[in-house]
Write a protein that binds this ligand. Structure first.
Ligand SMILES: [Mg+2]
Length: 405
């Protein structure tokens, strides 16, 4: 199957990618959310040339294509390339799975069915009491058996021990830790707010409440600091949402900076890369869990990732709240029953992007026809240049014969 067209549809902060094969089959994917217009630009300016005309049935398929994109564009290795690559990669997985009439998780070697999720609260504005009320209500309504809450602060210098207001971290950990006992597991996320000493102190408080995960206690790129915390705590430390390739995870593991790896399908550069990270974790006996901080398509992809790779670790992250920008994106909406989302046997990602959403988005297209036209232009220029050169040569030969040179 050959890809002949790549379209991007941008409605910030979301960017959808649609790939079309020579036989008209299509696949839908998504670049990593936030600054989606930049990711879409990278799709067309840097990646389209490697994808258009590529044969997905050739050796290696999507894996090989992703590897080639990374290899050729190696001078641009980093977050922006991976965010864009995720859009192309996830659209190709959808295309291939739809052509075979199976869900992506099946194409990747897994099975559909119920996937356990944890309710992830993205806001730091709640007091301890408000946080408890929200989580108990969500537990009552949807049966979540695990929740993640934010601690520390997401603003200001990383690792500087800031808090949203003085004492909020202790207030929330104690209130939620107490209220969830016997109800649901407690996970916390510091977004790199803490120094090792403060992270260890807070982590021990989480341990005191039987908590099960401390995410990004120290700045994510300070592996030494995170390793210090991981060694000091019995509760597992998690890292990985900021990594944009598999090598980043190898560094985390080599530094013993985390006990649980958290690949994000969007940020890490797509399903193939996330799957490779997850499988490496499973192979090494390490815990892992998909990272998915909103209910755009990345939430769906995270479910397929868990269903495909299996292994041990916390349930799949699912944002408690549906942001307005993600609410109208696709159908059917994700439904949480008894703390699980059911992955059906619908082909591809099992969802359709709402046509009204697409109609309201900024669209850009790269097509193989266009590429052929450009190549034809080049052939024409080369032919003209050749004709000119032959004329010059003939002129020179004639001048030589006439002895005037
Ligand atoms: Mg996080």
């Amino acid at each position: 199957v050959t890809v002949v067209r790549i379209e991007t549809f941008v409605r910030e902060p979301v960017g959808v990618v649609r790939v079309t094969a020579a036989d008209g089959a299509t696949g839908i994917g998504q670049v990593a959310p936030y600054h989606a217009a930049v990711a879409a630009l990278v799709v067309h300016e840097q990646l389209a040339r490697h994808v258009l005309g590529a044969d997905l049935d050739a050796d290696g398929g999507i894996d090989a294509l992703v590897a080639r994109c990374r290899q050729v564009e190696r001078k641009f290795a980093g977050s922006h390339l991976s965010r864009a690559l995720a859009g192309v990669d996830t659209a190709l997985w959808d295309l291939r799975a739809r052509r075979e009439g199976v869900p992506v998780c099946v194409l990747a070697g897994g099975r559909p069915g119920p996937v356990e999720v944890y309710g992830s609260d993205m806001s730091r504005r709640w007091t301890g009491a408000e946080q408890v009320r929200r989580l108990l209500e969500a537990h009552e309504r949807h049966g979540y058996r695990a929740f993640k809450v934010k601690i520390g602060t997401a603003v200001g210098a990383r690792g500087a021990d800031g808090d949203e207001w003085p004492g909020r971290t202790e207030e929330v950990v104690d209130a939620v830790g107490g209220a969830l006992t016997g109800v649901a597991a407690l996970l916390v996320d510091a977004n790199g707010a803490f120094s090792p000493a403060r992270a260890t102190e807070v982590g021990q408080r989480v341990e005191g409440h039987g908590g099960v995960l401390v995410e990004e206690p120290c700045p994510h790129d300070d592996l030494v600091a995170n390793a210090e915390v991981a060694a000091a705590l019995t509760v597992p430390v998690a890292l990985g949402e900021q990594e944009h390739d598999a090598v980043g995870f190898q560094r985390i593991v080599a530094a013993r900076a985390a006990d649980v790896l958290q690949p994000d399908v969007g940020y890490v550069g797509g399903f193939a890369t996330a799957l490779a990270v997850a499988r490496a974790a499973v192979g090494a006996g390490l815990a892992w869990t998909p990272h998915a901080a909103n209910r755009s398509l990345v939430a769906v992809q995270a479910l397929h990732l868990r269903a495909a790779a299996g292994g041990v670790g916390p349930p799949v992250e699912l944002a408690l709240d549906v942001a307005p920008w993600a609410a109208a994106l696709f159908r059917p909406a994700l439904v949480v029953v008894d703390g699980h989302v059911e992955l059906t046997d619908a082909p591809g990602w099992g969802v359709e992007v709402d046509p009204a959403w697409l109609a309201g988005a900024r669209r850009r297209t790269s097509a193989l026809d266009g590429a052929r036209d450009r190549r034809a232009d080049v052939r024409h220029l080369v032919a003209r240049a050749g004709h000119g050169a032959r004329r010059v040569t003939r002129g020179a030969a004639g001048a030589l014969r006439r002895g005037r040179s």
